[in-house]
Design a protein around this ligand. Structure first.
Ligand SMILES: Nc1ncnc2c1ncn2[C@@H]1O[C@H](COP(=O)(O)OP(=O)(O)OP(=O)(O)O)[C@@H](O)[C@H]1O
Length: 234
């Protein structure tokens, strides 16, 4: 398996404030990484740093051998980072279809394939972003990242605040995207069991540093370790 992402000695934050300290890990092509940790430990900051939306103070990030450090967020998208931020950030004044076609880049993912995966979006094709439920917005945010045809998908709490039936639908889609279609992904989630079940690797952050790295299967099978790392019995 060849390497896709390499992070070394990374420190990053907001303005002068440094939130992440000496973060380092690598991810192979087609691998899925669960990024876990208590509230406020830096998970979103790490995702945002990969996407280019924070201030990098030191260290390096490379994707497929290309350094990302100096690239603005839109150039990171072009370099292969598909970002689904916590706030979803869909274009609310555009229709579902326009949200997808506005950012589409050539590759195997196109709006038609997104509609096949999320039939609800196909039914809502001509609806504006403002007219979508939270679950539909999340599906659209995932679809919009996919039609960029990224090398690496970043999903920041994709299941947060959604009804159980929608959670199931999104989990099925994420499994299909990562396991069946082989797209590499980093997934942040508060409820780790569901994500560990579909991930290859796991990294746990605390106070902005990595405190545990293991295979997802090994971490999943040790509830007492998860309990210690995340603070609540899962
Ligand atoms: N825009 C910002 N400006 C300054 N500090 C911030 C900003 N966003 C987050 N922080 C700080 O960075 C730290 C890490 O926050 P972050 O949102 O990355 O954690 P998280 O692990 O994703 O938490 P959660 O699970 O609650 O989303 C926190 O101390 C937070 O207060």
């Amino acid at each position: 398996m060849s390497e896709l992402l390499r992070i070394e000695n990374l420190s990053a934050g907001y303005g002068e404030a440094v939130v992440l300290h000496d973060v380092a890990f690598a991810l192979g092509e087609g691998q899925t990484l669960a990024l876990l940790g208590r509230n406020g430990t830096g998970k979103t900051t790490l995702i945002n740093t990969l996407a280019g939306a924070t201030r990098q103070h030191g260290g390096s990030i490379s994707l497929g051998g290309q350094p990302l450090h100096k690239l603005a967020p839109h150039l990171r998208a072009a370099a292969g980072i598909g970002w689904v931020p916590q706030e979803r950030n869909i274009f609310k004044s555009l229709t579902v279809h326009e949200n997808l076609t506005a950012v589409e880049r050539p590759g195997k993912w196109n709006p038609q394939r997104v509609y096949e995966m999320f039939p609800r979006l196909a039914e809502r094709k001509t609806n504006l972003g403002t007219q979508l439920s939270g679950g539909e917005q999340q599906m659209l945010a995932v679809g919009r990242a996919l039609v960029l045809n990224p090398k690496l998908l970043l999903l920041d709490e994709p299941l947060e605040g959604l009804a159980p039936i929608i959670v199931e639908e999104l989990l099925r889609a994420i499994r299909r995207i990562t396991q069946d279609e082989g797209l590499a992904a980093i997934i942040v989630e508060q409820h780790p069991q569901a994500i560990l079940a579909i991930s290859d690797e796991a990294v746990v952050l605390d106070h902005g540093t990595i405190v545990h790295t293991d295979s997802a299967a090994a971490l999943r099978s040790q509830p007492q370790v998860l309990d210690r790392l995340l603070g609540v019995a899962r």
